[in-house]
Design a protein around this ligand. Structure first.
Ligand code: R5P
Length: 260
């Protein structure tokens, strides 16, 4: 791994804990103005100080994020589909030149294993890895699930391992029972979990706790933070679990106190 690649990775995965809390706000790229993200700038402003990185598209970063903000950008460089059509029909929408102009600390796309356009999305990842290796920019691969995919350890382990074999530097997947098998399938490549649909806060924190206990490097969480009744409380609680090894009860207490 070259110096630039290591440097960018260390801006996202904090060397002090070896963990990370990424805040995902890229949902609009296929689902439009998602609840909580109509004004992304307003939503993320109080959260950025607690996030290690922000996952976002180039259009959103330019429209809503202050270029002076001290937050590493994980740039979503793929799209081309919408919730109205086949989700796996994803293409690369942003070239590496624009990612460099934005000063991206990482670039990301989704891979739909078992989806109708599986090969196209693996090809997307492979091209990003080639470009990322050329310029020292890590690639985060998202194991997106089509409507029919079962989110079990067997499927997510398969999808995650394929991303690793293609060359991803970080894998983002979903939490499931036997998650340690998904982490093991990725070898030394860091694994982070998406939050998925909004859950009651305690359940989202439990999932975070379980994932980290099973070997996850952290989270790349969106809706369970910005759709919470206390987004600042939630990100602080998630951070306490991920970086400080706090228990579920300790983290929930942090959320409740901030909410009050
Ligand atoms: C989905 O592909 C997007 O990349 C989201 O960033 C991802 O799903 C994480 O957000 P959430 O925690 O809301 O699932």
């Amino acid at each position: 791994m070259n110096w630039g690649m290591k440097n960018r990775l260390s801006r996202i995965i904090k060397p002090a804990s070896g963990r990370c809390v990424m805040l995902a706000v890229d949902h609009g790229y296929f689902q439009g103005p998602t609840t909580g993200l109509t004004d992304i700038g307003k939503t993320v402003e109080p959260l950025l100080q607690y996030a290690d990185a922000l996952m976002i598209t180039r259009g959103a970063v330019r429209n809503w994020i202050d270029p002076a903000a001290e937050i590493p950008i994980i740039l979503r460089v793929s799209g081309g589909q919408s919730i109205l059509k086949e989700l796996s029909n994803e293409i690369i929408t942003t070239n590496i030149d624009d990612a460099i102009r934005i000063n991206a600390s990482a670039i990301t796309c989704s891979v739909y294993i078992g989806g109708e356009y599986e090969k196209q999305t693996i090809d997307n990842l492979s091209k990003l890895v080639d470009e990322g290796e050329k310029y020292g920019i890590p690639v985060l691969a998202v194991t997106a699930v089509g409507k029919e995919m079962v989110r079990d350890a067997r499927y997510l382990g398969l999808a995650s391992r394929i991303c690793v074999e293609i060359g991803a530097h970080i894998v983002k997947t979903y939490y499931t029972e036997n998650f340690e098998k998904v982490v093991a399938a990725c070898g030394n490549v860091p694994v982070v979990i998406a939050g998925g649909k909004k859950l009651p806060e305690k359940e989202a924190l439990q999932m975070t706790y379980n994932a980290v206990s099973d070997g996850a490097t952290g989270v790349d969480m969106g809706r369970n933070i910005f759709q919470s009744d206390s987004p600042v409380g939630m990100i602080q609680a998630v951070r306490a679990i991920v970086h400080e090894g706090k228990s579920l009860d300790e983290a929930y207490e942090i959320y409740e106190q901030e909410k009050e």
